[in-house]
Design a binder for this molecule. Structure first.
Ligand code: CP
Length: 318
């Protein structure tokens, strides 16, 4: 099972960015380079020994100031598969509770000689803020409602396993657009690659001016699913909703929840979800486990995509 990329050498093509803060500034060529490189790493992950020496000697700090299951573990595994040295930091048990600022905490970790910093934070712009103040390369692992670029990249990778071309691909993103960094990153990347994106959800959960991102807007789930290749359900983020923007979770499910009826009506449709899923809210439980729900494939692909991002950033010259 040979790979066509020599992971001990710098890549032939390079990213034009030193950091991955979001996908709004990434070109189609850069996104395609990440997806192509991830395909090679996906193959490495099927080998008996799922490890390459590419990032030996590189130190990566995973700094999670907000809860995470998938992203944190996925980055940690990706770093181990690349033979990087890793440290992981989470807010609980840290000196943040003693009054230390975010910047001082990150600078102290960086002072221990860190090359790359993977950062999740509840404030939009946190990764960008830190990238301007520390020497390490920064990867945004989700900043508030702003962007979650590696999630969108793994979503695109998973779509590419089912559909040969993004040009003309019809993707409907359903749910809470107002609080979704996943949706924003997907919209940037998908429209850059020529996909047609529809967003669907309650008007109260649509940010003002969202149409300016080049998407179609509807509050009808039937309209969103008609002719659609990929339905991406978003989590109802109860921790970010604040005052009630939807009448009830039951009503949300009745209007926007994906059901088995939808799967029967749309035989070609694949269903995605970034996780964590609220079963019975954005997706009915039997759809989560449906053969055309690719939610766990997304998680598997996340490791390969994050390996690709780490590799391209760490070995690039930007
Ligand atoms: N999709 C996602 O970001 O999941 P976690 O919050 O578990 O990392």
């Amino acid at each position: 099972m040979g790979s066509t990329i020599d992971f001990t050498e710098p890549p032939l093509q390079e990213l034009q960015h030193r950091h991955l803060l979001g996908l709004s500034t990434y070109s189609a060529a850069e996104i395609q380079l990440i997806l192509k490189t991830a395909r090679e790493f996906r193959e490495v992950l099927e080998r008996p020994i799922r490890r390459v020496p590419t990032l030996r000697g590189v130190t990566v700090a995973n700094m999670f100031f907000e809860p995470s299951t998938r992203t944190r573990i996925s980055f940690e595994l990706a770093e181990k598969r690349l033979s990087a040295e890793t440290i992981s930091f989470s807010t609980s048990g840290s000196s943040l509770s003693k009054g230390e600022t975010l910047l001082d905490t990150v600078r102290n970790i960086e002072a221990m000689k860190v090359d790359l910093a993977v950062i999740r934070h509840s404030s939009p712009g946190a990764a960008h803020f830190l990238s301007q103040r520390i020497g390490a390369q920064v990867i945004n692992a989700g900043d508030g409602a702003h962007e979650h670029p590696t999630q969108a990249l793994l979503d695109l990778f998973t779509m590419s396993e089912h559909f040969p071309d993004f040009n003309g691909l019809r993707v409907s993103i359903i749910g809470d657009m107002a609080h979704s960094r996943v949706a924003r990153s997907n919209i940037f990347a998908l429209t850059t690659l020529g996909a047609k994106v529809t967003i669907c959800g309650p008007r109260t959960l649509m940010p003002a001016g969202v149409e300016e991102l080049g998407v179609r807007l509807t509050s009808s789930l039937d309209e969103a699913l008609n002719g659609c290749h990929v339905a991406m359900a978003l989590r109802i983020q109860q921790e970010r909703l604040g005052t009630s923007l939807i009448p009830s979770l039951r009503e949300y499910n009745a209007t926007f929840g994906l059901t088995l009826q939808h799967m029967k009506r749309h035989q070609e449709l694949i269903v995605m979800h970034p996780g964590p899923v609220n079963r019975g809210v954005e997706i009915d439980s039997d759809v989560v486990d449906h053969e055309r729900a690719v939610i766990l494939n997304q998680v598997t692909n996340g490791v390969a995509v994050r390996m690709a991002v780490l590799y391209l950033l760490a070995t690039g010259r930007a």
